[in-house]
Design a protein. Structure first.
Length: 269
């Protein structure tokens, strides 16, 4: 996006996300043909190549072979129809490896090899960027859903910075998006399936050992919430049994369920 913005904000921006966009929309965006069919299928207006545009092909290796062929035609001939079109293509693995595995067309490789290469380190290799990325992603998602923005406390930022993020930015966006939808208050609350009380306790101990500041009450609340969630699942949401395991009265246990916003019965899958 920064490359596009540097060219001028008024220039058209066309994003072709091979991970999520249906084939009809991808074909319409690249060829500027069958637009009506694509819009009928997706229910939204298809973004197509125009003069001065920035065309981004995200995750090229996930494009269907026929769509890779359309992209090749555009790179060879289609760009002649438009003035000053910049094409940005992203891949998740080295081009040579993708070509050998057949995920990228051999015919495309010579054209891609002529492109300027910009290597972006995996997210796990630049964890210092995660807190700022999370704030930006959360703000965008909140705005798109029309919900109030969420605050991100020190502990949440630290937890997210410890993630391995095998799916890089897409994985981070998915987790933050789920967190925004699940958060009931002003604070961003991470999905339960992302958290592990063992890891969080280990992180807290590491923070103490390295003199890194963290919010004790929030850490304790999170660990308690995760333990209660684990207990509920273990005993099939039998509150009486779960409460007795924790040495709590049922009234006290119900108070904690309400405090942490936990369901009192098992949700249907």
């Amino acid at each position: 996006m920064e490359i596009h913005t540097a060219r001028g904000k008024k220039r058209p921006y066309i994003l072709v996300d091979a991970r999520t966009a249906p084939d009809e929309e991808i074909r319409a965006s690249i060829t500027s043909q069958q637009i009506e069919a694509a819009e009928t299928m997706t229910g939204r207006k298809a973004a197509t190549v125009q003069d001065q545009a920035t065309l981004v092909i995200a995750d090229l290796e996930l494009l269907a072979p026929q769509n890779q062929e359309l992209l090749l035609r555009f790179l060879k001939d289609g760009r002649k129809r438009y003035s000053a079109v910049k094409v940005i293509i992203t891949i998740q693995k080295p081009l040579e490896q993708l070509a050998q595995s057949g995920m990228v067309s051999a015919d495309l490789v010579p054209y891609l090899e002529k492109c300027e290469l910009v290597e972006v380190p995996a997210l796990r290799e630049r964890v210092e960027d995660v807190p700022a990325l999370v704030e930006n992603i959360a703000a965008r998602i909140c705005a798109s859903f029309g919900v109030p923005s969420k605050t991100i406390d020190q502990n949440t930022g630290h937890i997210l910075s410890q993630g391995q993020w095998p799916g890089n930015i897409q994985h981070l966006v998915a987790v933050v998006g789920k967190a925004v939808l699940m958060s009931k208050g002003e604070k961003l609350e991470l999905p339960g399936d992302f958290l592990d009380e063992h890891q969080h306790l280990e992180d807290a101990i590491t923070n103490i050992a390295t003199a890194k500041p963290f919010v004790l009450d929030q850490s304790l609340d999170l660990i308690e919430k995760l333990l209660i969630q684990r207990g509920l699942k273990q005993f099939l949401y039998n509150q009486s049994k779960t409460a007795s395991i924790f040495g709590l009265s049922e009234a006290n246990f119900r108070y904690r369920l309400k405090k942490f916003g936990l369901p009192s019965i098992r949700k249907k899958e």
